[in-house]
Design a protein around this ligand. Structure first.
Ligand code: KIV
Ligand code: NA
Length: 278
């Protein structure tokens, strides 16, 4: 397998080969993306919820993100490696955005950063790309703005808001993003934005099948948790079921003293045992 580069991603886009992106948060999940052929590994700030137990992405700090990026980068060779810039790490000034993106690249070991937003982040995208840090955009539903959006809602369902999502996508492409996530928009809009872009590859999540690629959160794909499932999630695995049966079987075996079995225990030569007992 060859190292995935931005040039390779553009080639996939032009040839109509769907791009596969998946989140990873630590060494084992990174190794799984590496081993099984994922194109882009994303250290998503969804790690706030699925790994750290926060109730949104808002509280995640840059230091926490870097800590996870270091583990993911140790397990990543071939996939193109991107990290989300946490909420607040690119909003205060272009200077701060540069400083924090540089930390993600130098300390975290990622190749590119992802930032949420449209027209209002154009200057940041231009600055980061000008100094050699590739930027992935993120339009449509922006989880870092869930409060002002009054929740995690589908975006672009009416003509006015669809036009706003398109305008933001065109603006960040113009500013230089190599790719962008489009989250939770009607499938017609996901396809239309994809057709209107000249160079940026679109990676959809809840944006229909017409984007240049797809992304899912690791735990949604694996079925790590029960409970609420967004419409756009498909569970490709049943990790929750595997974990439940593993933990329960272990508890039962310990309580029944069937674990450990003789072949899971160490022997001592009989003669040594007798000497010891004398
Ligand atoms: O944080 C995340 O996991 C993401 C992807 C779902 C695009 O931003
Ligand atoms: Na994110």
């Amino acid at each position: 397998r060859k190292k995935v580069t931005i040039q390779h991603l553009h080639h996939l886009r032009k040839s109509g080969t769907p791009i596969t992106m998946l989140t990873a948060y630590d060494f084992p999940t990174a190794r799984a993306c590496e081993a099984h052929g994922i194109d882009i590994t994303l250290v998503g700030d969804s790690l706030a919820q699925v790994c750290l137990g926060y109730d949104s992405t808002i509280p995640l700090t840059l230091d926490e993100m870097i800590h996870h990026c270091r583990a993911v980068s140790r397990g990543t060779k071939n996939p193109f490696l991107v990290a989300d810039m946490p909420f607040g790490s690119y909003h205060t000034s272009t200077h701060d955005a540069v400083q924090n993106a540089v930390r993600l690249v130098k300390e975290g070991g990622v190749e590119a950063v992802k930032i949420e937003g449209g027209l209002e982040v154009v200057d940041i995208i231009k600055k980061l790309t000008s100094i050699g840090i590739p930027v992935m955009g993120h339009v449509g539903l922006l989880p870092q703005r869930h409060a002002i959006l009054s929740g995690y809602r589908v975006q672009g369902k009416d003509a006015t808001s669809a036009a706003a999502v398109l305008e933001n996508a065109l603006a960040i492409e113009q500013a230089g993003v190599f790719s962008m996530v489009i989250e939770a928009v009607p499938h017609l809009l996901g396809s239309y934005i994809t057709s209107r872009l000249k160079s940026a590859a679109t990676i959809g999540i809840g944006a229909g099948s017409g984007t240049d690629g797809q992304v899912l959160v690791w735990d949604d794909l694996m079925g790590t948790w029960g409970g609420h499932k967004a419409k756009f999630v498909r569970r490709f695995g049943d990790v929750k079921g595997e974990v439940e049966s593993g933990v329960k079987s272990y508890i039962d075996a310990v309580r029944e003293r069937t674990f450990p079995a003789p072949n899971e225990s160490y022997e001592m030569p009989q003669v040594e045992w007798e000497k010891f007992r004398k």
